[in-house]
Design a protein around this ligand. Sequence first.
Ligand code: C2O
Length: 521
Amino acid sequence: CRVRNYKFHVVMRNTTRLCGTKPIVTVNGKFPGPTLYAREDDTVTVKVVNQVKYNMTIHWHGIRQLRTGWADGPAYITQCPIQPGQSYIYNFTITGQRGTLLWHAHILWLRATVHGGIVILPKRGVPYPFPKPHDEAMKLGSAPNVSDAHTINGQPGPLSSCSLKGSSQPGGFSLQVETGKTYMLRIINAALNEELFFKIAGHKLTVVEVDAIYTKPFKTDTILVAPGQTTNVLLTANSGPGKYLVTVSPFMDSPIAVDNVTATATVQYSGTLATSSPTTLTNPTPQNATPVATNFMNSLRSLNSKKYPAKVPLNVDHSLFFAIGLGINPCSTCSNGSRVVASVNNVSFIMPKTSLLQAHFFNISGVFTDDFPGKPPIPFNYTGTPPKNMATTNGTRLYRLQYNSTVQVILQDTGIIAPENHPIHLHGFNFFQVGRGLGNFNPKKDPKNFNLVDPIERNTIGVPSGGWTAIRFKADNPGVWFMHCHLEVHTTWGLKMAFVVDNGKGPNESILPPPSDLPTC
Ligand code: C2O
């Protein structure tokens, strides 16, 4: 293993997308930003130099950060922001992970343009648990880029004539393939607010890895990726010469998804004329999106081989139930007398003024309390109407976990305003999705069907709209770890909380000391 040093200059850059040019915040002038390459066991340092007028932090989404919470990146959770003109060196070691992840800004909405891929290659000499793909250089940046598609979807109204040019517009990408070869595509959903379907006309995809964890390979024609999630698929070029459309479309259970088809890229067999028109899909967005999504989610399994066992916690020390969702709170200063809030167990999280990890490590009182409720205040019919417990409280409340204890969290979508899919992301850990269902979680029946053998392991999980997801993890990483909805709008509204993991000996013995250039608030 070695040390890989990167430099990220955060700068404004005029960028052309969707037939328009404007200055955006970028890393090293690139959108999407540079891909970070490393091998399992490598140490990575990234010096982030902030040359814009906004505060900045960068999060390495899915990197475990064992004892190095200082490098995790969420603003006011593990660090104070890097202020304009300042710099900070993120320093972490990649342990027990290989595959694709992403990095992104973790302050305000800046991750819209400040994001990029992380490619972790297996240790030297250690093969993939599947046949080596022919062209392993097919990586983000040159692979079909989901974030560009989202930018297109993000335009209000129907597809503009500019968007309709599809793959010929700037940012559109053509993947050149040769008949008979197999390619690995690394797909990252860097979108702010939409879970996305990904398809390639005329081809099946073999899923081999999600969130930098190997899966049991399975074939599908549609994959579903939530914001923050990553998926590696194998594509075998065996559909005959031609040009095939790659489509990305949002998964929404709401009628507001009008602008739901976007051509973002093409797969082009060598020997095909660049000017030939692509083979399209008649149905890029599945008509019946929910069953397709459910089917995809249920097909995901950990590889659980001798070499890569699924270490599912079989016993549970902390059994938690988190009701997550949106609500409406009275608001005297709002025009219609109310405002939309989002909460976990009716607590809408308030960002502190100094970072939680600093407050924890240096024993600064008054920044947070550790009385986050392990259950919702009033159990009720989470998926029914009318709702009973809409009144949300505010607070910077954390849940304290004993170091090395095992944790189960039932994430129940409350569907108070509208059933919504929530991609919940946990920092500092991977977790196993041991169960999933629609409707209310039934504590008597549902645990009997939990998969404790080969459940999928990941860092971000889509909680189904009007349904629940059960996760388990081992709290083997001391520090302060954020958990939140990866839809930026819901995070902003308060759908977030944090865990503090302590070994009882005090943070100074469990967490490495902070780097000397750690920003102050
Ligand atoms: Cu990818 Cu807390 O974020």
